[in-house]
Ligand binder design. Sequence first.
Ligand SMILES: [Fe+2]
Ligand SMILES: [Fe+2]
Length: 240
Amino acid sequence: MPQLVDQIEELDFAKIEELDFASETYKDAYSRINAIVIEGEQEAHENYITLAQLLPAKEKELISLSKMESRHKKGFEACGRNLKVTPDLEFAKKFFLGLHDNFQTAAKEGKVVTCLLIQSLIIECFAIAAYNIYIPVADDFARKITEGVVKEEYSHLNFGEVWLQENFTESKTELEEANRQNLPLVWKMLNQVADDAKVLAMEKDALVEDFMIQYGEALSNIGFTTRDIMRLSAYGLATV
Ligand SMILES: [Fe+2]
Ligand SMILES: [Fe+2]
C-alpha cells in the first residue's frame, strides 16, 4: 500500500507542476468553475433559509447552516479575485437552473423531503465531491479556503441524513420520486463541466466516483438497502 500512496502523491505533484494558474487557459476555465461554486453556495444559502421556514422546529440550526454557506461564497469569491478572474455568474445561474426550479416548485408545494434531497443530499454531495477533487490541484490560497469549507459541507450533509433517517418510513416514496427527478440533472451537470474541470486537473471520472460514494453512503445512512441504492443510482443514467 505505501507504494500506491507514493504513486498517487507523485501523480498529483505532476499535475500541479503542469498547472499555470496565471495562464489564460486556466483563468478562462476558472471563470466558469469559480462561478459555479459561488452560485452553488448562494443557492445553498437561500435553500437553507427556505428550509428553515418549512421546518420551524429546526429553524435555528438551518439559519446557522445558511450563514455558513454565505461565508463559503465569500471565500470562493476571494479565490477568484486572488487569480484575477471574473466569475461568469450568468453561466453558473443557467448551470443550476434545473435543480433551482425543482427546489422552488417543491418548496411551494411544502415538499420538505424533496427539498432536503435536493439541497442536503444532492447539492452537498456534489460540493463535497468537487471540493475533494479540487483540493490536491488547487493554488495555495484556494486550497486553504476549500479545506475549511469541505469540513462544514459534511455537517450539512449530516443534517439531511439525520432528519431523513428519523422520518424514513414516511419519506421513502417521496425520496425515490425526488431522486428519479433530480439525479439525472447531476449527470447532465457533470458532463457540462467536464472540459473546464479537466483544465483545472480535475477528472470527470473522479468527480463521478466521489459523488456516487458520498451519495450512496448518505442513502445508506438514511435507511436504504444496498439493493435500493443500486436501483436509485441507476436512475442517474436516465436522460433528461
Ligand atoms: Fe457551502
Ligand atoms: Fe453546504
